[in-house]
Design a protein around this ligand. Structure first.
Ligand SMILES: *Cc1c(COP(=O)(O)O)cnc(C)c1O
Length: 441
């Protein structure tokens, strides 16, 4: 691969050969694709040597930045031992150790592996409904989620995703599932706090389950933050009440920790802030720190036992070619090592405190509503009628050396956990200057 190739030449080749996700390809007639040739820590480096701070951890996966030495060393060691082996009837140490450690960290076990977040959702939905069937309740095969919920975009996962733009064209392919009022703290009425909003949303859940529990297999939620909905945050009280209602009405609680897991919200897993135990946990994104695709679903002994039998048909019938890939498992073990060996949470607290100071001018900008922060996650709703705000902001940020990609009118930062002072200053200053450029006073 020639390093002399220009950004424009690579962009043009990509436009012809690659169907890029989550964008209208026609947009790239005017707006070139940005070719990245190297990455180091929080920095992405393009084909012409320009550097961009990865303010979104490359779609929320690169927890410890790019090119992390520990993850790289683990992969190099593993590739010389065992690259891959099928997991049906065979096993290997990386998958055993990863499963043991995830169980120790969550209290849920029996790890089942997929390759991406959407397949983790599919696994949890199928396991939940099949589990009820095995217990003699085959009518419990419907799912319920929250308004604005996002759980991936394969056909099954999209059925429990409530983001109209992603659903519209595929609606005829989807199974209907209910989307209940979300406990979004921004929806507080006068005099209400986040806990009151949570209680109000829990009442809607109670009414729903009272009527539909006979047919409902599971409630699926994104604990504490609905990221793809535009970083809607809720009080942990909602999770406590949802847990109690799911137990009372015999409905599984699935916590989709794909975006918020691995320290993003200030605890290793977001649901832990509510002190609850779900029936399923879905993990992906940060699981391998942005090195290889991997997802895992963890569940309870009760669910596992409902499948444990001599009859194949009662077993969990689901398989992916790369399930439990040894390289991906080693990368995940290296990520867990970082959490075990380094003071990640203390460091993130200090980073968040410093960045909060630095972004005060942005949070105080007259077009910003609902400035909010949790753990290593910042979000700002920008008041503007410009339908192209997100695209224009993205470009303005790139011009200032920042990779930021607002969701609708919500500007957010989800930076890697390795921000130093100059990086924090560039993020805070650049984000404000990009906003001033896009929305001149
Ligand atoms: C990203 C995401 C998914 C889907 O993961 P993919 O790897 O993109 O399929 C599911 N749930 C949540 C909460 C996510 O943020």
């Amino acid at each position: 691969m020639s390093s002399a190739t220009s950004n424009a030449a690579l962009s043009e080749r990509s436009r012809r050969a690659v169907w890029h996700p989550c964008t209208q390809m026609k947009r790239h007639e005017r707006e070139p694709l940005l070719p990245i040739v190297r990455a180091d820590g929080v920095w992405l480096i393009d084909a012409e040597g320009r550097r961009y701070l990865d303010g979104v951890s490359s779609w929320w996966v690169n927890l410890f930045g790019h090119g992390h030495a520990g993850i790289g060393a683990a992969l190099k060691d593993q590739i010389d031992r065992l690259d891959h082996v099928m997991l049906a009837g065979l096993t290997h140490e990386p998958v055993i150790e990863l499963s043991e450690r995830l169980e120790a960290l969550t209290g849920l076990g029996h790890a089942f592996y997929g390759s991406d977040g959407a397949s983790a959702t599919e696994i949890a939905l199928k396991m939940s409904a099949h589990g009820w069937r095995n217990l003699g309740q085959p009518q419990k095969c419907e799912f319920v989620g929250l308004a604005g919920g996002y759980h991936g975009e394969t056909v099954g996962a999209l059925s429990v995703t409530d983001i109209p733009i992603f659903r519209e064209a595929y609606a005829p392919l989807l199974r209907l599932s209910a989307a209940l009022p979300a406990p979004d703290a921004r929806g507080a009425h006068a005099g209400e706090d986040g806990a009151a909003v949570a209680r109000r949303a829990a009442v809607a859940l109670e009414l729903y389950l009272e009527q539909h529990h006979h047919r409902t297999a599971a409630l699926i939620v994104e604990p504490l933050v609905q990221c793809a909905a535009g970083f809607a945050m809720h009080h942990p009280e909602y999770l406590r009440m949802a847990r109690a209602l799911c137990t009372r009405y015999q409905v599984h609680l699935i916590c989709d920790e794909i975006a918020v897991g691995f320290g993003r919200t200030g605890s290793l897993f977001a649901h832990q802030q509510a002190g609850i135990r779900p029936d399923f946990i879905c993990l992906s994104k940060g699981l391998t720190g942005g090195s290889l695709p991997l997802s895992a679903v963890l569940t309870t002994d009760a669910v596992y036992d409902s499948f444990y039998d001599d009859r194949t048909a009662r077993g969990f019938l689901h398989s992916h070619s790369y399930t439990g890939n040894p390289l991906a498992c080693r990368a995940a073990l290296a990520v867990l090592d970082v959490f075990e060996q380094e003071p990640v949470f203390e460091r993130n607290q200090a980073t968040a405190q410093r960045l909060n100071d630095l972004v005060a001018p942005l949070a105080g900008h007259p077009s910003v509503r609902h400035a909010r922060q949790l753990g290593m996650l910042w979000a700002y709703d920008i008041q503007t009628d410009d339908p192209s705000f997100s695209a224009r902001y993205h470009q303005a940020a790139l011009e200032r050396g920042l990779l930021l990609r607002p969701i609708g009118n919500t500007l957010y930062f989800m930076p890697p956990y390795v921000m130093d002072e100059p990086a924090m200053q560039q993020l805070a200053d650049g984000a404000l200057r990009a906003l001033q450029a896009v929305l001149p006073a």
